[in-house]
Design a protein around this ligand. Structure first.
Ligand code: ARG
Length: 600
């Protein structure tokens, strides 16, 4: 985009530019100069391993190649993209060759200080606005009308909302859509059950909670009963007035209930659409797919073949229309893409859905591209699938009685445990009842969300309330506690040293002593972790970062004087480090959907 300000880059990216240029100066590919944070911090801060690959290309000895690069770097004048560092042009403190040709790098403290100052002065705290000018629709939540939300919906909501927040923090225009299941056979089961019961007026949530399971089990047991449900579904989809009126009523009360649930969970949606909203697009879509020859008839049904020669697994066609003319899940998902493209013209659509639906989405994506519902590569269609939340028995999490755990019960369980944990740790003790409850709620949500998000998205994990609510270890409550602790330190500092204003460029703020360096370097990594989390739709990357940051802060706090530091410049620098740590920690927690209490 023209006129856009340069993206905030991390130290590793800045170094990659510099080292890449040194590779290029040797006639080698720039990419081989990629620098990353060292995985041996005891040896060096950053490393570049490109000399090995470069040596193969240049048919030279890797150490020789590395030597050539290092010589250029030692002379390194600041690159134009990198203004000189307070008088010291060269960003390197140490640069040496190790083993077969690794280039090990330490940067100068001035270089680190500059990076921190830039992040501190940045309104996004250093998060590159890589999504600026782009729109993304995120499809998550996906609860089904009349059925209780199960743990799969919980995961979808937590992960999806976090991805929405992360993308928003990176500058995307984000639209979170709950995409309710409100159009399939369960609707017909309810409508036909209402007929059988002779129930004509509005139904309540409680009635619905009884009607649906009964109808569903009757339908399963009796084909004739099922036929009634199918007919009612078809009637609804064909626009029957009575069905539509009744359906609208129970949809409305269901949504009301869901809103309450999602509010309690702190999960936000911009749109409350459902499968039914795709309906107006279906007839024309099917006509087009038939006319284009993309849809073919198969045993009375209409399908879109989507297999490719390169497929290793069987790839069944997407079923558009059943032989009785009813539409299916794939049909509504295809038509929903049309709706989204027309309404939002998004650059990306991301589906946060149970991994077991990956085949379904592969079919939908292929059919959408093949049938020209979307362009060849825009919008990008991404399936961000997730694994199962299991109980201690390794099977999908259930209540003690073996039923589906309702979201409100799960939260209530979490809050009760959080209350006990607060008491155990003697936290929030001097607060009034209302504040203590509010904190217990925040601790519970932090526990539940962090326990979910910290796992690699595709892995299954075991729901362990005891462990996730602990104030120790890699948990949400531990992170809240650390954030609150820094907050109270900053509050105290504010009282003792009424706000020293950072210098206009913020450049002289940071003084990096030995005790500060590890925290400073870690703070400087933030852009890398955001980028990785965004690239792979992986919130756990940010969970890891938040946890490392909290731990590093703890050592920093234990190792050095902050408020009691006598050197004024160092004290101011350390307080600013604390403030930046707090800002980053709260930012990362907020994109994870976790709210930090004022105190605890
Ligand atoms: N309602 C579906 C379910 O419970 C999830 C919907 C996911 N989103 C979608 N566009 N299909 O499995």
């Amino acid at each position: 985009m023209a006129g856009k300000t340069a993206l905030m880059t991390s130290l590793a990216e800045k170094l990659s530019d510099i080292v890449g240029a040194a590779f290029a100066a040797q006639g080698l590919p720039v990419e081989l100069g990629a620098v990353r944070v060292s995985d041996r911090p005891d040896l060096c801060q950053f490393q570049c391993n490109g000399a090995m690959a470069a040596a193969k290309l240049a048919k030279k000895n890797p150490r020789e190649v590395a030597q050539g690069v290092v010589e250029v770097l030692k002379e390194c004048p600041p690159t134009p993209s990198l203004p000189p560092v307070g008088g010291e042009g060269n960003p390197f403190q140490k640069i040496e060759i190790a083993g077969p040709g690794f280039i090990n790098i330490d940067v100068s403290d001035a270089f680190i200080a500059r990076q921190l100052a830039a992040m501190q002065g940045d309104e996004h705290a250093g998060v590159a606005q890589s999504g600026a000018g782009q729109t993304v629709v995120l499809d998550y939540g996906g609860p089904n009308i009349a059925k209780p939300m199960h743990v799969g919906h919980l995961r979808s909501s937590i992960i999806g909302d976090s991805l929405r927040r992360t993308m928003k923090a990176a500058g995307y225009k984000t639209i979170g859509d709950v995409h309710m299941g409100d159009w399939g056979t369960p609707m017909g089961m309810i409508l036909s059950e209402l007929e059988i019961l002779g129930h004509d007026g509005p139904v309540s949530m409680e009635q619905l909670a009884e009607i649906y399971p009964k109808a569903s089990s009757d339908c399963k047991a009796d084909e004739a009963r099922m036929e009634k449900a199918r007919a009612a579904t078809k009637g609804l989809q064909d626009g029957d007035e009575t069905y539509t009126r009744k359906w609208r009523q129970f949809i409305d009360i269901s949504i009301e209930g869901m809103r309450g649930n999602f509010d309690a969970l702190g999960v936000h949606f911009d749109e409350w659409k459902g499968e039914s909203d795709a309906h107006p697009f279906i007839a024309a879509m099917i006509e087009d797919l038939k006319a284009g020859g993309w849809a073919v008839e198969s045993d009375g049904a209409w399908v879109v073949p989507v297999e490719r020669e390169t497929d290793k697994k069987e790839m069944p066609p997407l079923i558009l229309l059943k032989s009785d003319g009813a539409v299916l899940y794939g049909t509504t998902d295809l038509a929903t893409i049309i709706d989204r493209v027309r309404t939002h013209n998004p650059d990306k659509i991301v589906y946060v859905v149970d991994q077991r639906q990956s085949l379904h989405f592969e079919q939908v994506f292929r059919a959408a591209r093949k049938g020209g519902l979307v362009g060849e590569d825009r919008p990008e269609l991404t399936f961000a699938g997730f694994g199962t939340m299991n109980g201690a028995d390794g099977k999908p999490f259930k209540t003690r009685a073996g039923g589906v755990m309702k979201l409100e019960d799960l939260i209530a369980m979490g809050v009760e445990k959080a209350r006990a944990r607060l008491e155990e740790a003697n936290l929030a003790a001097d607060m009034d009842e209302a504040e203590r409850e509010e904190i217990a709620h925040k601790v519970a949500l932090a526990a539940i969300k962090f326990a979910d998000l910290q796992n690699q998205r595709q892995s299954d994990y075991v729901f362990d309330l005891d462990r996730m609510t602990s104030f120790e270890g890699k948990t949400g409550p531990y992170l809240l506690y650390q954030a609150v602790r820094i907050q109270s330190l900053l509050r105290k500092a504010g009282e003792a040293f009424p706000s020293p204003q950072p210098s206009p460029q913020g450049e002289e703020v940071f003084v990096i002593a030995d005790e500060d360096r590890a925290l400073a370097l870690l703070l400087a990594e933030l852009p890398d972790h955001f980028e990785l989390a965004l690239k792979n739709y992986m919130p756990h990357v940010l969970c890891d970062y938040a946890y490392r940051l909290a731990q590093e802060f703890s050592s920093f706090y234990g190792n050095c004087h902050i408020l009691s530091e006598e050197d004024e410049a160092l004290r101011a620098s350390r307080l600013t480090l604390c403030a930046l740590t707090h800002r980053q920690l709260c930012l990362v927690l907020s994109v994870l959907g976790i709210e930090v209490p004022e105190r605890m």
